[in-house]
Design a protein around this ligand. Structure first.
Ligand SMILES: [Zn+2]
Length: 357
């Protein structure tokens, strides 16, 4: 059996022996393969973090797929050749890899979730329908045009690809999307609670403000339009009563946003159980500074011209109050607000106690 070399093992081999130390018939994980390619391109042996790494230019792997505009393959034969090309096969392997990660993290169950990578003006790779994301291979992936028409791949494409394309059509920087149902973030989507801002600096920089899209049937054109509009300004969108979709410059980046979103929602949820839900936020000027860092890292933020006092306005986020919505008020469709009946009861008891003295 061929030896499978992981990214960490590759780093060690490259640091000690250079690219020539990798057995010719070894099987490589997608990230290990990228590390090897980088080392071969640089012609050196130094990999950051390696045991005997020489001082050299730090390696920052670039996973973004860049095509030449106007160069999409057109004929059925050219489309097949493109789908089976080395570059596209690497991306399909990477999708299978990310599928395993979202499944291992419990972000999807059953056949839930889907992934896409834009690979042309009018070409998108996507995961197939009715498959566990934890058990996909590169051969399972489909290729569609921007209308969702399947062009390559033997399995049927996911119906939710249209939601991803809804974002890609409106936001050219969205080169890949990740959709999943991670429990903490999906809980916010089911409760229709927009996660507050200004709680954790890394979330402000790498995630930006999380958006909320009103419920539409998954896979419908209406959902593609609704989520597509919200996705222009938000790299992470909660879809009411459904789940989360994130986008990035490549599939790894889109996946990171998914991790960031669920971890953020989990932390905010736990924190909201403490101190009566009174959460501490950073200040407006501090938030402004973080948005500046986000921009410097190449990520837009539609809030960059907002006033500082608006950046950390979480007045709609009242976790303790939301938990206390009287069932009758909720059934009548009233907005969550302070529980008047409880307040009146407290007042009545206070009055009785005061009278006793
Ligand atoms: Zn879904």
């Amino acid at each position: 059996m061929k030896k499978l070399i992981t990214a960490n093992e590759m780093k060690t081999i490259l640091a000690k022996q250079g690219p020539s130390g990798v057995p010719a018939d070894a099987q490589l994980t997608p990230i290990a393969r990228d590390l090897l390619k980088d080392a071969q391109r640089k012609g050196g042996t130094a990999i950051k973090g390696g045991a005997s790494a020489k001082a050299s230019e730090p390696v920052v792997p670039d996973y973004e797929y860049k095509w030449t505009p106007g160069s999409d393959p057109q004929s059925p034969a050219d489309l097949q050749a493109f789908y089976h090309s080395k570059e596209i096969t690497t991306l399909r392997e990477r999708m299978a890899d990310i599928g395993q990660r979202i499944w291992n993290k419990d972000y999807v169950d059953g056949n839930g979730g889907n992934l896409t990578i834009r690979v042309g003006d009018n070409l998108v790779l996507c995961t197939p329908t009715l498959i566990s994301k934890g058990f996909m291979s590169a051969e399972d992936m489909c290729m569609v045009d921007m209308n969702g028409t399947q062009l390559a791949g033997t399995r049927k494409r996911t119906s939710e690809v249209m939601t991803h394309i809804g974002i890609m059509k409106r936001q050219p920087k969205a080169k890949a999307c990740c959709h999943a149902h991670p429990p903490h973030a999906t809980a916010f989507a089911v409760a229709s609670v927009v996660p507050p801002t200004c709680m954790i600096p890394e979330a402000e920089v790498f995630l930006g403000q999380i958006g909320m899209a009103p419920y539409q049937t998954p896979g419908s054109p209406e959902n593609a339009d609704t989520v597509g509009e919200i996705g222009v300004n938000h790299q992470s969108v909660l879809m009411e009563n459904h789940g989360v979709i994130t986008w990035g410059k490549d599939i790894e980046d889109a996946y990171w946003k998914m991790e960031n979103t669920d971890a953020y929602c989990k932390t905010v949820w736990i924190a909201s159980q403490l101190k009566g839900g009174q959460l501490k936020t950073i200040s407006g000027p501090q938030a402004k500074e973080l948005i500046g860092i986000r921009k410097a890292l190449g990520m837009d933020d539609y809030r960059e011209n907002w006033k500082e006092c608006e950046l950390c306005d979480n007045s709609d986020f009242r976790p303790g109050v939301i938990c206390g919505v009287p069932p009758v008020a909720a059934a009548n469709g009233e907005q969550p607000e302070y529980d008047d009946s409880a307040e009146a009861l407290v007042q009545q008891i206070t009055n009785e106690v005061m009278k006793a003295f």
